[in-house]
Write a protein that binds this ligand. Structure first.
Ligand SMILES: NC(=O)c1ccc[n+]([C@@H]2O[C@H](COP(=O)([O-])OP(=O)(O)OC[C@H]3O[C@@H](n4cnc5c(N)ncnc54)[C@H](OP(=O)(O)O)[C@@H]3O)[C@@H](O)[C@H]2O)c1
Length: 164
């Protein structure tokens, strides 16, 4: 089972100079809650933007074309094609979370079973956008407002879409 998980501004913005354009701990918490104990797939740029370290408690599959790319960490697996990832996902009983960035979301576009999208309201600057996407193949089955408080200043909501 392949799940896309991402946070975007209303205009589709997802990144700025290799990082997230906003600070929203509630969304990081949501991401952790959804993915803990499971497998994440990310592009080389997103991985390096996180300091070249995997998130704790999750296996990370890193995608790169570079066959000499090495990461010396037991929780990181380097792969070189999306097919390898899909084969692994088919073998696993647990879901595999496609965790960005823009290039990687696009690679798996035809294959998602589920989408978990956080939409954040605010005026953000950045350089990476979620790729063009056919939402008509999915049904929005859940939408929950996040709580705005001292630490989470931007209005936001969490969406769950299931493939029709
Ligand atoms: N808001 C969110 O939820 C969210 C989530 C994740 C990331 N982001 C943001 O997204 C931005 C990064 O996105 P990005 O599109 O620039 O980079 P990316 O998708 O993280 O990584 C791109 C890299 O993935 C590898 N790759 C791409 N296609 C491949 C293929 N077919 N086979 C093997 N490897 C492949 C390539 O690595 P090589 O160049 O090494 O070959 C490519 O340079 C950052 O700003 C990050 O913060 C946002």
């Amino acid at each position: 089972m392949l799940i896309a998980i991402w946070a975007q501004a209303e205009d589709g913005l997802i990144g700025r100079k290799g990082h997230l354009p906003w600070r929203l701990p509630a969304d990081l918490q949501f991401f952790k809650q959804q993915t803990l104990g499971n497998t994440l797939v990310m592009g080389r740029k997103t991985f390096e933007g996180m300091g070249g370290r995997p998130l704790p408690g999750r296996r990370t599959i890193l995608l790169t074309h570079d066959i000499s790319y090495r990461v010396d960490h037991p929780d990181v697996l380097v792969m070189h094609t999306p097919e390898e990832v899909r084969q692994l996902a088919e073998q696993l009983d647990q879901p595999v979370f496609i965790a960005g960035g823009a290039q990687i979301y696009q690679l798996f576009e035809p294959y998602y079973d589920l989408l978990l999208r956080t939409v954040i309201e605010g005026d953000f600057a950045g350089d990476a956008y979620f790729p063009p996407f056919d939402f008509t193949s999915y049904e929005l089955v859940e939408q929950t407002d996040g709580i705005v408080d001292e630490k989470n200043k931007y209005p936001h909501h969490f969406e769950k879409w299931i493939r029709k």
